[in-house]
Design a protein around this ligand. Structure first.
Ligand code: SF4
Length: 457
């Protein structure tokens, strides 16, 4: 069995499963957020009754993160609906925007977008917050009401996005009917060269198979090259399995996985025991692609979908805007590579930076390079850095969302994960997906630029 088959066999209590089997799977964690949480709660109450209790309150994680820093009253109200539900059910893992359990969330537009407006429990973007808060464990099953839930496959778990109806059902029963996906293998070999990042690996892979090339399939990333990747790198890659239509992305378990997970469950006092899955010797794959990491170059996914692959060095695309952020591209390591290229220089186009979590902001504001923090390096280069960690303009959002594209015809290079028309706001704008290093180099020149022109200079 492949990693995904082994995980699903275990979660369904069977000795073995194969692609195409329909099986009932037990969930270890159900995650929802402010966009889908109210709908999920509505389905749960409608189907299980107004006074029903969730199947296991230790296994439900609610993370408001999407439409948070906006004066839009309906968006603010969604956070209040989540708080009411968490109070009613006694849920321990609700990462509220505010500290008052009886309060109401109202974004203060007068204070503006740049300075933080959240309380001590706020966790930021759900997919970055889940591992940081100790909710991702190898060998487990995670369902989330968000397509990029697949990011947690980096931790050797079966993680996939589901709709509100399915999530309402999981909330009541802890189970879900799943068809076992076929597995596509991506065997990574070699090591990335300077200036090339994990984002380039996944953009390369999606470019090979197309944005629907892994539809309802597991994307398994393994091989010696995978072992060289940090957990942040693996998260970037697993996150974008859905951008090829994948059911899930998955990595093998190793000492890096253990180190990260053990530290996080200890820090947060979450469940500490887990059993990873190991690949069998005779795995059956529907396809196999060998990727030599040492041969990869900075890569861009052009408008209008994540499969439109080009090499940065071969492009001459003029840009109006640059954006670094999201679950995919807003991690500490992403900002480090972004800042490394910007250091001592000035951006020439509007450039926005949105860290994924408050913890990442702390990292950036307390780590010094000489006399400057990494945060200062970016601000001094002209980047508009917000302390309001969250999804922000990654998916457009209400019109007052920080970094949202509100003007027609804008060309934006972005370290986010999705670029279908209208994704970051205006439908006539174009989004070019790239690594944080490529975004930085491009922000310095105003056109898509290979970051190796700046690496080491
Ligand atoms: S940062 Fe973007 S991709 Fe990630 S969860 Fe938020 S909207 Fe989705």
């Amino acid at each position: 069995m492949t990693l995904t088959e082994k995980l699903l066999a275990r979660a369904s209590g069977k000795a073995s499963v194969q692609a195409g089997d329909n099986i009932w799977v037990n969930a270890d964690v159900l995650m929802t957020h402010d966009v889908c949480g109210p709908g999920t709660i509505g389905v749960f109450k409608r189907e299980f009754g107004k006074t029903a209790k969730v199947w296991d309150k230790q296994k439900i994680v609610i993370i408001p993160d999407h439409y948070i820093f906006t004066a839009d009253s309906k968006s603010n109200r969604n956070v209040d609906i989540l708080r009411d539900f968490a109070n009613e059910q006694g849920l321990p893992y609700f990462y509220d925007v505010i500290d008052d359990p009886k309060g109401h969330w109202v974004f203060d537009a007068v204070k503006g977008n740049m300075k933080k407006q959240y309380g001590s429990r706020y966790a930021g973007v759900c997919h970055a917050a889940l591992p940081a808060k100790g909710h991702t464990r190898p060998g487990e099953v995670l369902f989330g009401t968000d397509s990029h839930t697949c990011m947690a496959g980096a931790f050797n778990q079966f993680a996939t996005g589901i709709g509100n109806t399915d999530a309402g059902f999981v909330m009541g029963t802890g189970k879900l009917l799943i068809k076992v996906p076929e597995t596509m293998r991506f065997r990574l070999e070699g090591k990335l060269q300077p200036g090339v990042m994990a984002k380039d690996i996944i953009l390369h892979c999606i470019g090979e198979i197309g944005f629907d090339g892994a539809t309802y399939r597991a994307m398994q990333f393994d091989g010696e090259g995978a072992k060289t990747l940090s957990m942040d790198d693996r998260m970037t890659i697993a996150n974008m399995a859905i951008e090829a239509g994948g059911k899930n992305g998955i990595f093998e378990f190793d000492s890096r996985t253990a180190e990260y997970v053990d530290a996080r469950v200890k820090l947060n006092g979450t469940k500490a025991n887990y059993t990873p899955v190991e690949a069998d010797k005779n795995q059956k794959f529907v396809s196999e692609l060998i990727v030599d990491l040492s041969q990869l170059e900075p890569t861009v996914a052009c408008h209008p979908d994540p499969g439109q692959r080009k090499k940065a060095k071969e492009m001459n695309q003029k840009l109006d805007r640059a954006y670094v952020g999201s679950c995919t591209g807003g991690k500490t390591s992403d900002f480090i590579e972004f800042a490394r290229i910007l250091r001592g220089k000035k951006v020439v186009i509007d450039t926005f930076g949105v860290p994924a979590t408050p913890e990442i902001i702390r990292d950036l504001q307390t780590t010094y390079w000489g006399n400057e923090t990494i945060w200062d390096v970016m601000v001094n280069a002209g980047v508009q850095m917000t302390e309001n960690a969250g999804c922000a303009a990654c998916l457009g959002g209400p019109v007052d969302t920080f970094g949202r594209i509100n003007k027609s015809g804008i060309n934006c290079i972005s370290a986010t994960n999705r670029n279908f028309p209208g994704r970051m706001g205006d439908k006539e704008s174009k989004v070019f997906l790239a690594s944080p290093a490529t975004v930085a180099a491009s922000a310095l020149t105003g056109k898509v630029t290979d970051p190796r022109e700046f690496v080491g200079k």
